[in-house]
Design a protein around this ligand. Structure first.
Ligand code: B12
Length: 323
């Protein structure tokens, strides 16, 4: 069964990926501002509650909008009795009960029940909320449960395969609604990286933002990616990195591709942003659903845009996270 939402169950690496705040910043803020204050596991590891994850996610969104960390932490500590209008209008746990119901149904093998939960959700919330509040947190939650030993490998597969199928259906719908894209991106993952979630999410968000996407799937040698770039001549290459294994080697191989801007994202990029830049790659961190934005659908004015401007648009959509 799911852990109660208030129990401190999340490790610092998970909190970092969920909120878009680096592990380094979490430790510095704790020392400097006493926020966020984690619990400690019996072995001394930091443990955070879901509520702290929510606060940090909101805070990192505000940081991206240019607000200062000191000011935001001050607001958070004085807020306890009167939530801010933003948090009232968009609470991140709004879908938490549905998320837990979905997971529970999937791990007991009630696929049809899970379909019903998901169908009800899709009729209630937009794609932006579905991704940010449901699909990504459920993927992460299932990985955390597996890591803590709270779920079997096959149970984790029941959850993630269901979500992968849903993402594919959503991509099909976005593609049909985007018949004449003005820009083209090639998306995938490099050799050794079998995690597809990031690539599928990027594909979905780019299609919704009016880009055409050729999705190459996962675990592809860079030499094959080079050939795809030569053949398709895209405006951007977007690659997802979950594991940091062989990152230096892959970055070196990718640095040889100079014809096209290469955007790299995914949980391991958060801690390797300068390395990526040194190899001429463009790291993008933060929640994926900010590309295209809430209810923006197709981005206007893409026709006639230069390749550089199109690439800058992609960068602006994510923006860097400052610590
Ligand atoms: C599903 C899954 C699998 C599946 C993948 C199936 C598939 N077809 O995708 C399978 C079972 C194959 C698998 C295998 C493994 N996995 Co796994 N897996 C997961 C799980 C549960 C979900 C992955 C996912 O889709 N996450 C959601 C993504 C989308 O989140 P994200 O990377 O943080 O990305 C966000 C942003 O960064 C951004 N983004 C992502 N990509 C990009 C790209 C661009 C260009 C941009 C702009 C943005 C962007 O969008 C996301 C949402 O906002 C995670 C749990 C987790 N916390 O993620 C573990 C997890 C990633 N796996 C893990 C591990 C350890 C493994 C294995 C090594 C296990 C093993 N011992 O065999 C293998 C490695 C296989 C390999 N060589 O790749 C660890 C990784 C730990 C680490 N080092 O960081 C995790 C975190 C689990 C855990 N808590 O320990 N896994």
């Amino acid at each position: 069964m799911a852990k109660p939402s208030g129990e401190p169950a999340y490790a610092i690496s998970a909190v970092s990926k969920l909120s878009g705040v680096s592990c380094h910043a979490l430790r510095i803020w704790e020392r400097r501002y006493g926020f966020p204050q984690p619990w400690r596991s019996p072995s001394g590891q930091r443990r955070y509650s879901w509520e702290q994850v929510e606060d940090l996610t909101r805070l990192s969104e505000q940081l991206r909008l240019g607000r200062s960390i000191g000011e935001l932490i001050g607001e958070l500590s004085s807020r306890s009795s009167s939530p801010s209008p933003r948090s009232a209008s968009r609470p991140i746990t709004r879908l938490r009960p549905e998320l837990e119901e979905l997971i529970t149904r999937l791990i007991v093998g009630d696929i049809r029940g899970a379909e019903a939960v998901f169908d009800t959700l899709t009729s209630r919330v937009d794609v932006f909320d579905l991704i940010n509040q449901m699909i990504v947190p459920t993927l992460i939650e299932s990985g955390e449960r597996w890591y803590r030993g709270d779920c079997e490998v096959f149970e984790e597969h029941c959850i993630t395969e269901f979500l992968r199928r849903k993402l594919e259906v959503m991509i099909d719908a976005a593609l049909r609604a985007n018949p004449a894209p003005a820009r083209l991106a090639v998306v995938g993952t490099v050799l050794g990286e079998r995690h597809e979630g990031g690539g599928l999410l990027v594909t979905l968000m780019l299609e919704r933002a009016g880009w055409g996407v050729i999705y190459l799937g996962s675990d592809l040698p860079v030499s094959e990616i080079v050939r795809a770039v030569e053949r398709f001549r895209p405006d951007a290459l977007a690659l997802s990195f979950v594991l940091s294994r062989n990152l230096h080697k892959r970055f070196r191989e990718l640095s040889k591709i100079v014809e096209v801007p290469i955007f790299v994202g995914g949980r391991s990029i958060l801690n390797y942003q300068s390395l990526a830049r040194r190899h001429g790659l463009i790291p993008l961190v933060g929640p994926i659903a900010s590309l295209g934005g809430r209810d923006e659908g197709r981005s206007p004015g893409m026709e006639g845009e230069t390749r550089d401007r199109a690439a800058r648009r992609l960068i602006r959509a994510w923006g860097p996270v400052r610590s």
